[in-house]
Design a protein around this ligand. Sequence first.
Ligand SMILES: [Cu+2]
Length: 72
Amino acid sequence: MTTVTYSVPAIHCGHCTHTIEMEVGELQGVQSVKADQSTKKVQITFDAPVTEEKIKSLLAEIDYPVEGLINL
Ligand SMILES: [Cu+2]
């Protein structure tokens, strides 16, 4: 199980966080998604078959591109 936190500056409201949580949550292998409106961060816990690459390309597709990985 891997947890990553991404910086997603395009988040600007509760609709954005909801969309991200719904879309990323549908990827097989994603255990949890928490998108935060005030910090513009998305924390994702996942396992195979999904990969970071797939998560990032989905976020780019839905117009919430990842602009950085935050190492905790
Ligand atoms: Cu929004």
